[in-house]
Design a protein around this ligand. Structure first.
Ligand code: ADP
Ligand code: MG
Ligand code: MG
Length: 253
């Protein structure tokens, strides 16, 4: 069964049709790619799935449940988390504090927290800090944990953004151009971390226009052009199709 199912989705900006009858299935535990030239509608599709942009038609299901009427945060709470094409960080806060800020709230948040003892609060904080340290080690950011996030390289900012996403303990992560603007050494690092997460059971959907990088790591991909899905299959199969070659020759990659 698909973990995420996008069925015949349409979306527009004013009179401009950005998504035209788009359908996509992402299976539990899958590492799936989504490629397309600049302006194909990839980021818009992410925004519609995660609730940032309303759709005109179609439906979206996650974990067997219709999520069309859920707010952004409610989709995140169900385990659907995404990154943005341009990573955002609190540049003056340390890398560690950026991660802590992404920690889910105390279990006794709100009125209940009034009944939590300072010791319980300290224990929750301690647990979040341990999780942050584990993730920073996993992402090879432990050595810069005390640096202001604004000082990180482009690639390290992408790793930090992935870390902040993982603090939410999602079921499915959707990454918007994780390799864009990242130097080759960190591309390899990021790529390995993503594959390792998937190996541990995380469901992953990656948007990329770097065909070469994505083809190396995903077993299956969709191709979008002008708001439509024009192909789906293994990288070899997809990239040999005339429609896909034409789209890539005609567009800005
Ligand atoms: P991709 O991520 O594949 O490069 P986008 O989803 O960002 O493409 O954009 C798809 C199309 O929708 C583009 O033509 C873009 O200019 C347009 N578009 C995206 N966001 C907006 C917006 N907020 N308002 C108007 N047009 C938009
Ligand atoms: Mg684009
Ligand atoms: Mg985009």
């Amino acid at each position: 069964m698909a973990l995420l199912s996008v069925k015949n989705v349409g979306a527009s900006f004013g009179g401009f049709i950005a998504l035209d009858d788009v359908s996509l299935q992402l299976h539990e535990g899958e590492l799936l790619g989504l490629i397309g030239t600049n302006g194909a509608g990839k980021s818009t599709l992410f925004s519609v799935i995660t609730g940032y942009i309303p759709k005109r038609s179609g439906s979206i299901e996650f974990a067997g449940e219709g999520i069309d009427n859920l707010a952004v945060h409610a989709r995140v709470w169900r385990g659907l988390a995404r990154t943005f094409q341009v990573p955002r960080e609190f540049s003056q806060l340390s890398v560690f504090d950026n991660m802590m800020a992404a920690a889910p709230g105390l279990r006794g948040e709100g009125l209940l927290s009034l009944f939590l003892s300072p010791r319980q609060v300290a224990r929750e904080e301690q647990q979040a800090a341990e999780r942050v340290n584990d993730l920073l080690t996993f992402l090879n950011l432990a050595k810069v944990a005390r640096e202001p996030a604004g000082k990180l390289s482009g690639g390290q900012k992408k790793l930090l953004e992935l870390g902040r996403l993982l603090m939410l303990e999602p079921r499915c992560i959707m990454l918007d151009e994780p390799f864009a603007g990242v130097n080759p050494v960190l591309i390899e690092e990021l790529s390995l971390r993503i594959q390792e997460l998937n190996g541990r059971g995380m469901t992953v959907l990656i948007i990329e226009h770097n065909l070469e990088e994505l083809s190396r790591i995903v077993p299956r991909m969709y191709v979008m052009d002008s708001g439509k899905v024009i192909a789906e299959g293994t990288p070899d199969n997809v990239l040999s199709q005339d429609l896909v070659r034409e789209a890539y020759m005609g567009g800005v990659i």
